[in-house]
Ligand binder design. Structure first.
Ligand SMILES: N[C@@H](CCC(=O)N[C@@H](CS)C(=O)NCC(=O)O)C(=O)O
Length: 228
């Protein structure tokens, strides 16, 4: 059975959404990143980047949430746009846009707003600005179409949902006021039974919640290593 290495964080949750939507049988394997499970040799053999999610599907080992979404969609033939060069171009563009822009800027915005030991106005403004700029591009696209690629619910919508459902954590409570079309999509997906099962998956395991020194060392190793 497909093994799904996960936590309750945004990138694993979008993969959980696909698995639930597609009705695939899978074994959820918790990786408690606040305890340092991501750095254990057995897990590094699956994902050398020491992050979640990852999957092992027979002989296929896939890490990085966008790669996993594309792998699973292509394997099952589900949640893809029509098989034309034009539609595939759009699919790849938006997947890469989320992978290289939405995800990293949102993650850094949360880091500097919530976790950084010093509150640095420059860094907070830079990352919240960029996160908002990326989400605004999604919002503008959704002003004229129901889903990211048109009339069909695809892996790009799942990808967007992974981070967009946490927009108040990324940019503050009032951010939704500027992103009404994106909010419409997030609300629609969050109401789907598969999304509710995906979000509830984290409750199957007691993940550590304290951000103590063990968690800081595991998740923010730069704090104990000066490299610049
Ligand atoms: N590009 C990767 C990013 C994965 C990532 O940053 N995962 C976070 C959770 S959302 C994580 O593992 N954090 C633990 C850590 O950084 O140690 C993906 O899309 O899967």
């Amino acid at each position: 059975m497909l093994k799904f290495y996960y936590s309750g964080a945004p990138n694993p949750t979008k993969v959980a959404l696909f698995l639930e939507e597609a009705g695939l049988a899978y074994e959820p394997i918790p990786v408690d990143t606040r305890k340092g499970d991501q750095h254990k040799p057995d897990y590094l053999a699956i994902n050398p980047n020491a992050k979640v999610p990852a999957i092992v599907d027979g002989k296929a080992v896939v890490f990085d949430s966008n790669a996993i979404l594309l792998y699973l969609a292509e394997k099952t033939g589900k949640f893809l746009p029509p098989n034309t060069p034009e539609a595939r171009g759009e699919l790849l563009s938006w997947l890469m846009f989320v992978a290289s822009g939405v995800g990293p800027y949102s993650g850094q915005a949360v880091h500097f707003r919530v976790y950084a030991p010093e509150k640095m106005p420059y860094a907070i403004n830079r990352y919240v600005f960029e996160a908002l700029r990326h989400f605004s591009i999604l919002d503008a696209r959704l002003a004229t179409r129901r889903y990211m690629l048109g009339d069909t619910y695809t892996i790009v919508d799942m990808d967007v949902w992974g981070w967009a459902r946490l927009i108040p954590n990324v940019m503050g409570e009032t951010a939704w006021d500027k992103l009404k079309h994106l909010k419409r999509l997030v609300d629609e997906i969050s109401a789907r039974p598969a999304a509710q099962r995906a979000v509830a998956l984290k409750d199957k395991h007691k993940f550590k919640t304290e951000m103590d020194s063990e968690a800081v060392n595991a998740m923010f190793p730069h704090m104990s290593q000066k490299v610049a």
